[in-house]
Design a protein around this ligand. Structure first.
Ligand SMILES: [Zn+2]
Length: 201
C-alpha cells in the first residue's frame, strides 16, 4: 500500500465513508478497505461521533431462518443477486448498492429495516461459503434464503406457511411481511402469477 495513488486513496476513503454510514463494523472495514486501522477508527469517530463497537460478529445462519428475518433477508439477497448479474462493479460496491436499494424499498413501504448491514454482509459470506442457498417455494415460486443442502423439492416459504408461533405476532407483523413480499414482487424477483400468492397483500 506504500505506492498507492492519491486517487486510489480518495476512493478508499469514499468507500469507507459509505460503509460507515451504512453501519459497517470495524472488522468489515478492515477487510474491505485498504486504509490503516487507525485511519478507519478516526474516520468512524468523525462520522458517527463515537468509537466503533468492539466484539466479534455474533451471527449464525439460524437468524436468517426466523420468520420476518427470512422475508427481509430473501428480499435483500434477491436484489443482491440481480445486481451481481447486471453489474461488473467490485463486489463491495454491489453490496453497498443492493443494501441501499433494500433500505429504499423498506422506506417506501413505511416499514423498519430488519436486516442490518453487518447481517447483510455476513449473509453474503454464508452464501459464498456454501452455508446458505436460495430455495424456490413450490407454492408461490419465490426464492427464499434457506440452509444449504436442505431438500429443495417441496420447499414451502415462510410467507406461504408461517410457523405456528408466528401466529400471535402475525397481526402486528402481517403488514410488514405483506409489504416486504410486495417489495419482492415489485422488484420483479419473486412471484409471477403465483397460485395462492394473492393472499400476501
Ligand atoms: Zn411461497
Amino acid at each position: 500500500m506504500t505506492h498507492k495513488s492519491v486517487l486510489g486513496e480518495v476512493r478508499e476513503v469514499q468507500l469507507a465513508i459509505q460503509l460507515i454510514q451504512l453501519g459497517a463494523r470495524l472488522q468489515f472495514l478492515e477487510s474491505e478497505v485498504g486504509l490503516s486501522r487507525e485511519r478507519l477508527i478516526r474516520l468512524y469517530k468523525e462520522i458517527k461521533g463515537v468509537s466503533p463497537p468492539k466484539g466479534l460478529l455474533p451471527f449464525s445462519t439460524d437468524w436468517y431462518m426466523t420468520w420476518l428475518a427470512n422475508i427481509h433477508s430473501s428480499m435483500f439477497y434477491n436484489m443482491y443477486q440481480f445486481m451481481k448479474i447486471h453489474s461488473d462493479e467490485e463486489k463491495v460496491w454491489i453490496l453497498i448498492k443492493s443494501y441501499k436499494l433494500y433500505l429504499q424499498q423498506i422506506a417506501a413501504q413505511d416499514s423498519e429495516p430488519i436486516l442490518d448491514f453487518t447481517r447483510a454482509y455476513t449473509m453474503v459470506r454464508f452464501f459464498d461459503s456454501d452455508m446458505l442457498q436460495l430455495s424456490t417455494c413450490c407454492r408461490c415460486s419465490g426464492q427464499f434464503v434457506a440452509h444449504a443442502h436442505d431438500h429443495k423439492s417441496g420447499y414451502v416459504c415462510v410467507l406461504c406457511r408461517p410457523p405456528s408461533r408466528a401466529g400471535k405476532a402475525r397481526g402486528a407483523k402481517r403488514g410488514a411481511a405483506g409489504e416486504a413480499a410486495a417489495g419482492i414482487e415489485a422488484m420483479g424477483f419473486g412471484v409471477e402469477a403465483a397460485p395462492g400468492g394473492a393472499g400476501l397483500h
